[in-house]
Design a protein. Structure first.
Ligand SMILES: [Zn+2]
Length: 282
């Protein structure tokens, strides 16, 4: 599995199951990683020795204590507080796209294959969040909702948060219809930002070609390219997280399809990767 070049804020880490990505700043506050094609992470019940058990071992929790949300492309928050019963009720697959947690025995994760995984940690309280932001979640402001949830539940101040945006489809490859921009516009809150998030021409070059078909080729309206990395970083900054504490891995799942799962490339058969995080406070 080729190791994709990463910005200086990130590093590759070798686990027994294979390579994963870690954000150096975030690692100082909370154990976390973004996985790659390995290990295989099924969506069904846990089975002994499966990928979930291997990741759990590395995170220092039991596999039953990994909160795996039933993701619905929204902004619903699932809270796992430190006094929660064990294993937490939410580990059974609560519906939501944002998990916030300060339980020392629990890790929270989001499953992705092109969608944006965002991990957050509060330097003060140690509270953490995992966020699943596809285009719908991004249009609905999932990153901002997560910042607010950390404040509400753990008293986290945005200025004390660290954020890492993991591997996901980049502005090079994320071709969308004009209906997607219309959905952002319908939300009515991103007015000044949409020209930076959507462009007619990709801002960077796709390494393996843009997946999918161009709607313009069959007489449709010209496609747009959506930059969910910038959109989510902008939303975090807008919610008060200092720019210097927001780190974007800039690893495109479609350009680096040998390393990452990509729904756009692999279709329905695509596997899933996770961004997983756990508080370091006891
Ligand atoms: Zn790409």
């Amino acid at each position: 599995m080729p190791e994709v070049p990463l910005p200086g804020a990130f590093e590759w880490v070798r686990y027994p199951w294979g390579p994963a990505i870690r954000c150096r700043d975030l690692a100082a506050v909370a154990g976390h990683c973004f996985t790659t094609r390995a290990p295989a992470l099924g969506t069904g019940p846990l089975t002994p020795g499966d990928g979930w058990h291997r990741v759990a071992l590395a995170m220092g929790v039991s596999a039953q204590s990994i909160v795996r949300l039933r993701q619905v492309h929204g902004t619903r928050v699932v809270l796992v507080g430190r006094h929660e019963t064990f294993p937490p009720e939410a580990s059974e697959g609560s519906a939501g796209d944002i998990a916030v947690c300060d339980h020392p025995g629990v890790a929270v994760c989001v499953k992705v294959a092109d969608c944006v995984p965002i991990l957050l940690a509060d330097r003060q309280s140690g509270g953490v969040a995992a966020v699943h932001a596809g285009w719908r979640g991004t249009a609905a402001g999932a990153a901002r909702v997560a910042v607010e949830a950390l404040g509400e539940h753990f008293g986290a101040k945005p200025g004390q948060l660290l954020a890492a945006i993991g591997p996901s489809i980049g502005p090079c490859c994320y071709r969308v219809g004009q209906d997607v921009r219309a959905a952002f516009e319908a939300g009515g809150r991103w007015d000044g930002s949409l020209d930076a998030w959507f462009s007619r021409v990709p801002s960077i070059k796709a390494l393996c070609g843009v997946p999918g078909t161009d709607p313009a080729a069959s007489g449709g309206k010209p496609a747009l390219f959506l930059d969910t990395w910038t959109a989510n970083a902008d939303q975090l900054r807008g919610a008060g997280v200092p720019a210097s504490q927001i780190h974007v891995s800039r690893a495109c799942t479609s350009c680096h399809r040998d390393t990452f799962h990509s729904y756009r490339v692999d279709g329905e058969q695509a596997g899933r990767m996770i961004g997983i995080i756990k508080t370091s406070r006891r």
